[in-house]
Design a protein around this ligand. Structure first.
Ligand code: SIN
Length: 180
C-alpha cells in the first residue's frame, strides 16, 4: 500500500497550498483556535511594520476548521523543505490529530507559530488588528488580501470563524472610509 502523510492547512495553505496532493478533505482540529496573533515580517509585512497572520492556539473548547491534504510519502521531503522555507518567520512543524469530514481521524503535520517566537504579537481587539493589517504589506502582498483570501476560503468550507469574520468586517469598514 502507498505510504502517505497528511498536512493540515488552516491559513494560506487552505487556498494556496502550492504542492501536489493525492486528495484533500475538509477537516477539524479539535481543541485548537485560529488566531491572528502571529506577526509577519516577510510575507505580509516588514520588521518595521509587521502584518498579522494566523497561528493555532490551544483552546480546549474551540475547533479549527481547515483543509487536510494527503501527500505521497515519497515527495514529502521536497514538500516539507518548501513549506519550512515558506513558514520560516516563526512557525514550527508539529503534529496534531485531525477529524476528517469522511469520519476518519488522522495524524497530520502542520505549522504553528509558538508564543515564544520573535515575531509573535499576541491578542488584540478586532479593530486594533484590522488597523494594523490596513497598513501592512510584504513580499507576498497586502495583509488585507491575506485576510480576505482566508475569509473567502472559510466561507467555501462553511466554517464559522467569528475571529476572522469580525476582523474582516472592521477592515472593510476602514477601506470604505478611506474611499470616501
Ligand atoms: C497555514 O496556512 O496552515 C499556516 C499559516 C499560513 O501560512 O497562513
Amino acid at each position: 500500500m502507498k505510504q502517505t502523510i497528511w498536512v493540515f492547512g488552516y491559513g494560506s495553505l487552505i487556498w494556496r497550498p502550492d504542492f501536489n496532493y493525492l486528495q484533500k478533505q475538509r477537516c477539524v482540529a479539535r481543541g485548537w483556535a485560529r488566531k491572528f496573533w502571529q506577526g509577519s515580517h516577510d510575507h505580509r509585512g516588514t520588521a518595521e511594520v509587521p502584518g498579522r497572520v494566523v497561528t493555532l492556539i490551544r483552546q480546549t473548547h474551540e475547533n479549527c476548521v481547515g483543509m487536510a491534504y494527503e501527500i505521497d510519502a515519497s515527495v514529502a521531503t521536497a514538500i516539507f523543505t518548501a513549506l519550512d522555507h515558506r513558514e520560516k518567520n516563526g512557525y514550527q512543524r508539529v503534529n496534531l490529530v485531525l477529524a476528517l469530514d469522511n469520519g476518519r481521524s488522522v495524524d497530520a503535520f502542520t505549522y504553528i507559530a509558538m508564543q515564544d517566537n520573535i515575531a509573535f504579537l499576541g491578542d488584540a481587539s478586532d479593530s486594533e488588528i484590522a488597523i494594523q493589517m490596513f497598513h501592512a504589506a510584504g513580499e507576498s502582498g497586502n495583509n488585507a488580501d491575506y485576510l480576505f483570501g482566508l475569509a473567502d476560503a472559510l466561507r467555501k468550507l462553511q466554517a464559522n470563524d467569528e475571529h476572522v469574520f469580525g476582523i474582516e468586517k472592521q477592515l472593510k469598514n476602514l477601506m470604505h472610509k478611506q474611499m470616501q
